[in-house]
Design a protein around this ligand. Sequence first.
Ligand code: DX5
Ligand code: ZN
Length: 211
Amino acid sequence: MIICPSMLSADPTKLGQELLALESAGADRVHWDVMDGNYVENITFGSYVVAAHKKLTPLPFDVHLMVDNPDRHIENFASAGADLLIVHPEMCTHLHRTLCKIKNFGKKTGVALNPATPIEIISYCIEMLDVVLIMTVNPGSSGQKFIDSQLKKIYVLREILPSHIKIYVDGGINPSTLKQCLENGANGCVTGAFLFGSGNYADAINALKNI
Ligand code: DX5
Ligand code: ZN
């Protein structure tokens, strides 16, 4: 079970300290929710912020691009130290080309499927993928309620995908929703409100890992 804390829910006045705390608490990867104020309402982190924090920790960085025209941002975030770049297929005019571009920078590839996005959108790109991120909330903010209908999507995807492709879930994750995701075949999760609201990062990460 791979635990990816989302920096969106970290204290924005001390991101560096938060990162170090997550590392000692046992986080596996770090999830950066990049929002541009167009694809979703909020504006969050740019590549300068990601690059500055890359120096602080050996944890792999996952960059979740919730932006218009993700192609335009791939080079900057690849240079900033992203290890995995996740795009929303609806925003990629040529999804296969976008995934090739990510691979050409030597990075791992991910696609995020919104609650209303069908699995078929990735049918002919599966060989290009390292991760599928199932959005269990609509993208845009942390602290939303988990959408149960996505459990079936996880199950169907796990049947279709080769085992080396990881399924992560993102949104509304806590021990109870994560348990259901695991039962349907998820391999990892993003955690925001649950982890950062817990008061003890190590205990919260262990609670998710020990399901
Ligand atoms: C939503 C983001 C998520 C979110 C998760 O747009 O992609 O990563 O921050 O936060 P929680 O766990 O609070 O739903
Ligand atoms: Zn995310």
